[in-house]
Ligand binder design. Structure first.
Ligand code: NAD
Ligand code: IPM
Ligand code: MN
Length: 366
């Protein structure tokens, strides 16, 4: 009976609400599939600040280091927004965690089930078969991690700087991750940059072009400026198959992808790097693409699907249990498209259920 060892970092606001339901789904799957789950909860983000005085407590990092994967909720929110920026949950926990485990490749599936088209803001004529694309976002470089400062100028006003930095090797490794994803799909791949303005993008485009010519000449590589890509996603998302881009562009485009695919509450993500776990698979961090949704927290109405689908990605990537991941994904799909069980974010006129009822319906389909 394989043992699946992972750290559970639920975080803040809706984080624990959707995590509770994802764990119920996993417990059910484990029982059915004869798997042993060995998971340990640890505080992160605001919960880390409140209970240990810092967003990423040493004990939490140690729990992650001993695990084969991290199942992450989300962190941050109004309660900690008055802290110095560097101490806030997002900057003091999530970004360091991504960096500590070298999780440079963030995979965000943009999947709109055909029968969930009513939840997309796009006209159904534009997406007769739903949407099926994927964003590969560089996650440990760029403007998130370059030098930052805020200084006071001689005239007394303040000036803040963020620096976008990329090295060839960082671009090549995300290009390789994107190429590997494209190989499992239609072999069409679009690199998104701003090479008409940014030096990092000029290097990005040059490096990507040379890398694909040398290593993946059979893949259909194209390039697009990020402003156009944002527009094209809203106009005709299925013209893309695999999109890949730098950190901040990927952050923004993936939220856009999430909403055209129904809701942020449906978008899962996998962050992978260079570390192999005890299963001989990539160590990964698996989290919803969305945040802590303080506006709906505490009401029991958050959509748990993104968290459940992120757990499915953990089974696929970090445990090599593709068939089980596919079963979880199929159960989610059937729940929202055939049974029409919907949380408020994807209900649009249909009766809405709460977080727990959604998970119950998914469990019934497993
Ligand atoms: P958000 O993603 O939390 O919410 C944006 C909108 O989407 C809200 O209206 C929210 O209700 C809705 N939404 C998000 N997830 C949902 C779900 N599962 N079900 C139903 N509706 C959902 O973005 P925000 O409001 O800009 O950020 C809130 C906090 O979350 C901030 O502190 C932000 O930094 C943090 N954040 C954390 C992560 C993370 O930890 N990975 C990601 C994004 C934002
Ligand atoms: C995401 C989030 C994070 C990011 C924040 C909370 C640091 O928006 O995972 O998309 O910008 O990467
Ligand atoms: Mn984001």
């Amino acid at each position: 009976m394989p043992t699946l060892k992972f750290a559970v970092l639920s975080g803040d606001y809706i984080g624990p609400e959707v995590m509770t339901e994802a764990l119920r789904v996993l417990e059910h799957v484990a029982k059915k599939e004869n798997l042993t789950l060995s998971y340990q909860h640890a505080d992160v983000g605001g919960a880390g600040i409140d209970n240990h005085g810092k967003a990423l407590p040493d004990s939490t990092l140690a729990t992650c280091q001993q695990a084969d994967a991290i199942l992450f909720g989300s962190v941050g929110g109004p309660k900690w927004e008055k802290l110095p920026p560097k101490e806030q949950p997002e900057r003091a926990a999530l970004l360091p965690l991504r960096k500590a485990f070298n999780l440079f490749a963030n995979i965000r599936p943009g999947l709109l089930y055909k029968d969930l088209a009513d939840a997309s803001p796009l006209k159904s004529e534009r997406i007769p078969n739903g949407i099926d694309i994927v964003c590969i976002r560089e996650l440990t470089g760029g403007i998130y991690f370059g030098a930052k400062s805020t200084i006071t100028l001689e005239n007394g006003e303040q000036q803040a700087t963020d620096t976008m930095v990329y090295k060839t090797s960082e671009i090549e490794r995300i290009a390789e991750a994107a190429a590997q994803t494209a190989r499992t799909r239609s072999k069409k791949i679009c690199s998104v940059d701003k090479a008409n303005v940014l030096e990092t993008s000029v290097l990005w485009r040059k490096t990507v072009t040379a890398y694909f010519a040398k290593n993946h000449p059979d893949l259909a590589l194209s390039h697009m400026y990020v402003d156009n890509a944002a527009m094209q996603l809203a106009r005709d998302p299925n013209q893309f198959d695999v999109l890949f881009t730098e950190n901040m562009f990927g952050d923004i485009l993936s939220d856009e992808m999430a909403v055209i695919c129904g809701s942020l509450g449906m978008m899962s993500s996998a962050s992978l790097g260079t570390i192999q776990n005890s299963h001989g698979k990539p160590f990964g961090l698996f989290e919803p693409a969305g945040g802590t949704a303080p506006d709906i927290a505490g009401k029991g109405i958050a959509n748990p699907c993104a968290q459940i689908l992120s757990a499915a990605l953990m089974f696929r990537y970090s445990f090599g249990l593709d068939a089980i991941a596919a079963k979880i994904e199929a159960a989610v799909r059937k729940t929202v498209t055939v049974d029409l069980v919907r949380t408020g974010d994807i209900a649009f006129g249909k009766p809405a259920v709460g977080t727990k009822a959604m998970a119950d319906a998914i469990i019934k389909n497993l």
